[in-house]
Write a protein that binds this ligand. Structure first.
Ligand code: ZN
Length: 54
């Protein structure tokens, strides 16, 4: 099972996956779009990884 996630971590995952509808890779274009939609995504990615892999 997935650990309990707060709404910001979930928001990061959804935004990331939605960005993949436009860019099917992890290039700078995807990063740019992701940053446009969620400025502090890096912080939430880190928090998500900390939760999943700790
Ligand atoms: Zn991805």
């Amino acid at each position: 099972m997935f650990p309990l996630m707060d709404s910001m971590r979930i928001k990061y995952v959804i935004i990331h996956e939605l960005c993949h509808l436009v860019h099917h890779d992890h290039t700078q274009k995807l990063i740019d779009l992701q940053t446009k939609e969620m400025l502090d995504w890096e912080k939430w990615k880190m928090k998500l990884e900390r939760l999943l892999y700790s």
